[in-house]
Design a protein around this ligand. Structure first.
Ligand SMILES: [Ca+2]
Length: 550
């Protein structure tokens, strides 16, 4: 059960990484017509605060995706009923089962029969730009400023979130949503590639946890040659990993040569494969000298048979089976959590290998937040009331109940008023029926003393990362940039081929060597394939992100 939750979480992380990284489309700023701007002008009196409960009830029409297990009318949800009592705002719900949501939402958008707002809009970046340019959805920053004190406080305190939700034209068209697992460098996905080693084998062979890449190499060699599992067979696999996967890739060890190399599979053209940020400049790892040194060094491991050759073909199943052979055969591995691979029992004698001396630890963009929450449409005659009603979901306890389930069902309230989750059998399934939506509200790590929403295993991983990796982590990272349409077109045109070429070449160099002979040809090929243009686009997006934080 516990393992399953954990694995679900890993997959959820993968999904959230993919989500946060995908679908970034944009249009040049200042082009075309200005979007309609009811912000602070139409409706109930502009910037004057909305006083709840309203003297006269207002009814708003909302379209929302719903999990198949959820009630079709969200007014059956206790949280929504409480909000109606508190605000005297009545919501008329049109909910669409999740699997049909995008298709039906698009039909509504095309037909012009718009609700007042899309509760969890799930607009991609390019859709946000398209529908804002058409005036179908309205800019929200004025409403946030005047009518959303909870969200405003969050954005004031967290320029990174503000930058992430700000479109290239400077407006905000969609509300942020998500759960934060750790913050900044301590975010749970900041380093998805933990290096683990079999401490029982080290002890048996009289070795210490390695402090340098050379000591680590010696440990791998000892695993290979000294029969640490004691069965008289040379069946040990000193290192296993999953090549080019979102977690568990060997590129993390390139950091020992100064240039961490982060890759991503399943393939996603907008993920920031192989990019690092150094002194404000976006760099492509395979163009750096450290990358070459890493490829030379690590090839030696493959040449000596120290690495699992199935690394290039593993999927979850074969990888997780690798650690559970009858005789233990794995000496070291790279993954999100060792217990996925070796199981909790063997996991007891596995430990994290702290970053080697002088190793560069990459600060990855771990995802967490989406900019695909609520959008408000031009048809809305009460944008101020709508914004004020929506602001409730940026209060942590309301966010938690919306995203997971109500007090008394999902949560208990302890003596200090903190929300503590109840133990439930199938949390994933149960959440579908108890939550209103996971498409609204923010749960920030600083809210943990108000709402406990982080399962113990995730909390442990965050702590491990903070204790072991963060002290050596880079200070810059490539964030979840809101790209322009034209930039995204460049990325989609150039990146798939470049990534495929780089990944194929890296695999070849690891397996067969040859990096030193082929380096110059490789660099020239990258140039021909348009690496400079690809980097320029990422640099522009990165610069704009920094600007939006101000
Ligand atoms: Ca053996």
């Amino acid at each position: 059960m516990k393992r399953q939750t954990a694995l679900c979480f890993s997959i959820a992380m993968a999904a959230s990484l993919a989500l946060s990284a995908c679908g970034s489309d944009q249009e040049p700023s200042g082009v075309g017509t200005e979007p309609a701007k009811p912000t602070g002008e139409a409706g109930e009196g502009g910037n004057a605060p909305v006083a709840f409960p309203l003297q006269e009830q207002v009814t708003l029409k909302a379209v929302a995706p719903r999990p198949s297990l959820a009630p079709s009318d969200f007014n059956a949800q206790p949280l929504i009923q409480q909000l109606e009592t508190k605000t005297n705002v009545r919501i008329q719900w049109d909910t669409i089962v999740e699997t049909d949501y995008l298709e039906k939402r698009n039909l509504l958008l095309a037909s012009g029969s718009l609700p007042d707002f899309f509760f969890s809009g799930r607009f991609s970046d390019s859709e946000l730009v398209r529908y804002s340019k058409e005036g179908t959805i309205i800019p929200l920053e004025g409403l946030i400023e005047a009518h959303m004190p909870n969200l405003k406080a969050i954005l004031d305190a967290r320029p990174d979130i503000k930058a992430q939700i700000t479109a290239p034209d400077g407006h905000i068209y969609s509300l942020p949503q998500g759960e934060e697992f750790g913050s900044g460098k301590e975010e749970i996905g900041a380093n998805p590639d933990f290096l683990y080693i079999n401490k029982a084998w080290l002890d048996k062979l009289g070795l210490q946890v390695p402090k340098t890449i050379d000591e680590y190499t010696e440990a791998l060699r000892a695993f290979k040659t000294q029969d640490p599992n004691g069965n008289g067979k040379a069946d040990e696999i000193p290192l296993t990993y999953i090549d080019n996967f979102w977690t568990g890739d060997i590129g993390v060890l390139f950091g020992a040569f100064g240039v961490p190399d982060k890759t991503y599979r399943p393939n996603n053209p907008t993920y920031i494969d192989h990019l690092n940020v150094v002194d404000g400049k976006v760099q492509f790892a395979p163009q750096q000298e450290g990358y070459k040194k890493a490829a030379v060094y690590l090839h030696q491991w493959f040449a000596e048979g120290l690495v699992d050759l199935d690394a290039f073909t593993h999927d979850y199943d074969t990888y997780f089976a690798r650690g559970k052979t009858e005789d233990e055969t794995i000496g070291s591995l790279i993954w999100w959590d060792k217990n996925d691979v070796v199981g909790p029992e063997r996991g007891e004698h596995w430990v994290l290998v702290p970053p080697f001396e002088g190793m560069v630890v990459k600060w990855n963009n771990g995802g967490g937040f989406g900019r695909d929450g609520v959008t408000i449409t031009k048809n809305n005659e009460h944008p101020e009331v709508t914004a004020a009603w929506l602001d409730s979901f940026y209060e942590p306890k309301t966010a938690a109940q919306a995203r997971f389930g109500p007090i008394g069902v999902w949560y208990d309230q302890d003596a200090n008023g903190k929300l503590v989750p109840r133990t439930v059998e199938n949390p994933g399934e149960f959440r579908q029926s108890s939550a209103v939506t996971n498409g609204i509200g923010l749960l920030l790590y600083e809210h943990l003393d108000i709402v406990d929403y982080v399962e113990p295993r995730a909390a442990q991983r965050i702590k491990d990362s903070a204790d072991i990796y963060v002290p050596q982590m880079e200070d810059e990272r490539f964030p979840n940039v809101f790209f322009l349409d034209e930039e995204l077109q460049t990325i989609e045109r150039l990146k798939p081929d470049i990534s495929a070429y780089v990944n194929k070449t890296r695999a070849k160099w690891l397996l067969e060597g040859g990096v030193e002979q082929e380096w110059e040809h490789f660099q020239a090929t990258l140039k021909k394939m348009g690496i400079d243009e690809l980097l320029a686009v990422h640099q522009a997006g990165y610069d704009r992100y920094l600007e939006a934080q101000k």
